[in-house]
Write a protein that binds this ligand. Structure first.
Ligand code: ADP
Length: 495
């Protein structure tokens, strides 16, 4: 198939979260399966690695945004070992900024304008480059207006008559909700400002526009697909989602195993796989303890957490229970940034328990890999978790996750009951409910089981034994693309 994937972030060009991993991981897997894939992302000059060439291709696109006529250059990039084609939309006024969406914790005031521009620029680029896609796959609110723009303004263009659209929701909590006068930026007629399309409680809601317009909607795990149709997890869009019925599909994200693979991870003190995991992890653990300034103790289980420090990730539970966990002979390491009170909490724990707790407030990809390899257990007691990547990284690296049973955590982590350990599925510790007591119960269990080395190693191997790569998920996306394309199929239209 000819597929265009577009996203506001993609590794290695720019990243704030899992969306960036997914955009590239899925696109690469599709390209590896012989599809013709183009990934279109903004060009953020302050984020693109200096050693990654992104030459201009000598083509520009011109987009009207409200009263402005804005021009953007197109650049291209190649990723090693991949046939994936990457196009970057270069518009410094919108994208040459310190942050992707925020600066010092505040959203950019013109975020609506920036991503309306980007969504139109993607369609212009698709037309200018004559990509003739069977499907355009948009992601999250930033590109969610594109399906409606396609219907209203681009459907007549050659090569776009039979293009299907797929929207993936990575996190329903972020919706791109702006005051209604930003309608003027979209270039769309006010008739689209109605509760069945763009309007949401008097504002415009870009994600909602995608939910009602895209041919198919996916979200990043089967459990999250069910959860978001409920008032508890639906963030006000549960009715719009519920109306889509079978058009809403949950597909668990894969992991980019070129990047997250302990057998080939250059950042580790020792590479390992399932056959020598105990020895490999022991070396990585000692190395990590040295890097963190913690005593090199093999007998004390080391718990890791790499995360945005927010309530979504269960930091309120961590705050409520950390002192209790520290009554055990264990160690903890926290890496992340987020709400200042949680950043202060982990710093304070590290100051008060220098032999037991290490805290790094910041973003450090290398340390993230070494924590996944060197830790024994991983905290991920999220309040909600569309898919979550770190629990899968943990499973691949033989680090046993402690999770709440929501979203993708419920779809990837199986509680290590004796029966589940024996049948090969038990790979982690699952909270019975979202509460401090439930987290304490699971940490107590983990500390207990850690002493039983044979059982522990079985749990580790159960996690490592499953295929977490993109191959399986990419095949499911292709099914969805075929369905979306099928809704517009015009025989022989695309030649
Ligand atoms: P999110 O909801 O933030 O997208 P995910 O688990 O889906 O959560 O993905 C988070 C991604 O960001 C993972 O690749 C994780 O390792 C990475 N990450 C988060 N915070 C940091 C940090 N401080 N340093 C390095 N990597 C981080």
């Amino acid at each position: 198939m000819r597929i265009v994937v577009t996203s506001s972030e993609a590794v290695p060009f720019a990243k704030t979260g899992g969306l960036a991993d997914v955009a590239t991981g899925l696109s690469r897997a599709l390209a590896a399966a012989d599809h013709e894939v183009t990934l279109v992302v903004p060009y953020y000059p302050r984020h693109v690695p200096v050693d990654l060439p992104c030459p201009e291709i000598g083509t520009t696109v011109t987009v009207r945004v409200g009263q402005k006529v804005v021009e953007a250059g197109l650049r291209r990039a190649e990723l090693p070992d991949s046939r994936l084609r990457v196009i970057l939309v270069d518009q410094p006024m919108y994208f040459d900024r310190p942050g992707l969406y925020t600066d010092q914790g505040h959203d950019y005031q013109d975020n609506c304008e920036r991503f309306v521009f980007f969504s139109r620029a993607v369609l212009e680029a698709v037309a200018r480059l004559d990509l003739r896609p069977d499907v355009i796959h948009v992601n999250d609110w930033q590109t969610s207006l594109l399906p409606l723009l396609l219907e209203v303004d681009y459907r007549h263009q050659p090569g776009l008559q039979s293009t299907g659209t797929v929207l993936t929701i990575h996190n329903l909590a972020f919706q791109g909700r702006f005051w209604k006068w930003d309608m003027l930026l979209t270039g769309l007629d006010w008739k689209h400002f109605n509760w069945r399309q763009l309007e949401f409680w008097g504002d415009i809601n870009l994600l909602k526009s995608g939910i009602v317009t895209a041919d198919l909607i996916t979200t990043v795990s089967p459990t999250y697909a069910r959860e978001i149709c409920t008032t508890e997890f639906g963030c006000g869009l549960e009715t719009a989602l519920g109306h889509r019925g079978d058009d809403l599909v949950g597909i668990l994200n894969g992991v980019d195993t070129d990047v997250w693979n302990p057998a080939r991870d250059p950042r580790l003190a020792r590479q390992y796989d399932i056959s020598n995991v105990a020895d490999g992890k022991a070396v990585c653990k000692t190395d990590l303890q040295r890097e963190l300034g913690l005593p090199a103790r093999h007998d004390a289980p080391l718990f890791g957490m790499i995360s945005r420090m927010t309530e979504q990730k269960g930091f309120d539970l961590i705050a409520a229970t950390a002192e209790r966990h520290l009554q055990h002979d264990l160690q903890m390491v926290f890496l992340g940034t987020g709400q200042p009170h949680y950043e202060n909490l982990v710093r304070d724990l590290a100051n008060r328990y220098p032999d037991k707790v290490a805290a790094f407030v910041g973003f450090d990809e290398g340390l993230a890999h070494r924590i996944e390899a060197g830790a024994d257990c991983y905290f991920m007691p999220s309040r909600f978790e569309p898919c979550g990547l770190n629990q899968m990284y943990s499973l691949i690296y033989g680090t046993v996750p402690v999770v709440n049973a929501v979203g993708g955590l419920a779809d990837s982590v199986v509680d290590a009951t004796p029966a589940a350990i024996a049948d090969g599925s038990g790979n982690g510790f699952v909270l019975a409910e979202y509460s401090p007591e439930a987290l304490i119960t699971q940490v107590d269990r983990a500390v207990d089981l850690y002493r039983d080395s044979n059982t522990w190693q079985q749990i580790v191997r159960n996690g490592m034994g499953r295929d977490w790569s993109w191959n399986r998920s990419a095949a499911r996306y292709v099914d969805v693309y075929c369905r979306a394309h099928g809704r517009h199929a015009v025989p022989h239209q695309d030649g």
